[in-house]
Ligand binder design. Structure first.
Ligand code: AMP
Length: 282
């Protein structure tokens, strides 16, 4: 059993990071909701490359789940997470409870406009406000120099880049490429919900998106390709399909055909699991 320091209050987090900042070390932050997998650990490794002291956070943020979603069922396994973080070279874990993050009468919300109009914005009402609020708090609590976020949640990464820029936060946002299983499925804590049969079908999501990327790169109009992809997902058992869209990677605005800086995005449900994925096109 490896050991890693765990703090649960903002005051203890500040006390634990202060000496390292005063030693001139850059502080790196890796926010997570726990139930860690190799994708999260690549974020920790990236933070290690950019910072002298790496803080990972574990907090299942109720604000980013809407009432129809899986807050109560969300997997939690702190003991395993702490071992993985220690083995991967994190220096400190911040694992607050809900009362520490959201004290009584908490009533402030961070809302990023524009790029949240698309994709998961309408599909998950309130989600990005929850994400933007908790990440702003984590940034103020840990005061990192750099923070790592995965491209698996590409819209979230763009929301965080935008809020960091708009609010003049002195933090470098480091993107980390999506880590996938051998059959291409993007790793996710929610993949634990999949039955054996669903897990096999799930690989059709990255496979059908890659096929669509190839067609889009050849210059074809997006609409029929997106429709064909939706049909392929539907016949593999995905339902409902929240979206399959070609978008500008910066603004996330839907595009009629591929152009420089376009990206393909999809979200679809398989049984009780919601899966998302995205791939660069041009
Ligand atoms: P979560 O615990 O799902 O909130 O994710 C915490 C961080 O890990 C976010 O920045 C995610 O984008 C990132 N992440 C989750 N899954 C992956 C993956 N398969 N590859 C890369 N980053 C990931």
């Amino acid at each position: 059993m490896l050991k890693i320091d765990v703090v649960r209050s903002v005051a203890a987090l500040r006390a634990a990071t202060r000496p390292h900042r005063h030693d001139g070390k850059r502080i790196g932050l890796v926010p997570t909701m726990g139930a860690l997998h190799q994708g999260h650990l690549e974020l920790v490794k990236a933070a290690r490359r950019h910072a002298g002291f790496v803080v990972a956070t574990i907090f299942v943020n109720p604000l980013q789940f809407n009432p129809a979603e899986d807050l109560d069922a969300y997997p939690r396994d702190e003991a395993t997470d702490l071992n993985l973080l220690a083995a991967t070279g994190a220096d400190l874990v911040f694992a607050p409870n809900v009362a520490e993050m959201y004290p009584k009468h908490f009533s402030t919300e961070v809302k990023v406009g524009g790029l949240t109009k698309y994709l998961d914005g309408p599909a998950r009402p309130g989600h990005f406000e929850g994400v933007a609020t908790v990440v702003t708090k984590l940034f103020n609590q840990a005061q990192p120099d750099i923070a790592c976020f995965g491209e698996k949640d590409f819209q979230q990464l763009q929301v965080i880049r935008r809020l960091t820029r708009d609010l003049d936060l002195p933090i470098e946002i480091v993107p980390v490429p999506t880590v996938r299983d051998e059959d291409g499925l993007a790793m996710s804590s929610r993949n634990r919900y999949l039955t054996e049969k669903e897990r096999i079908a799930a690989a059709l999501l990255p496979a059908s998106l890659r096929a669509a990327v190839a067609d889009l790169q050849a210059g074809a109009a997006a609409a029929p390709i997106l429709e064909k992809t939706r049909a392929a997902l539907k016949s593999a058992g995905f339902a409902p399909i929240d979206y399959v869209e070609l978008c500008d990677a910066e603004t996330l605005q839907p595009l009629p055909a591929a152009r420089e800086g376009s990206r393909l995005f999809a979200a679809a449900h398989l049984g009780r699991t919601r899966l998302i994925d995205n791939w660069p096109v041009l």
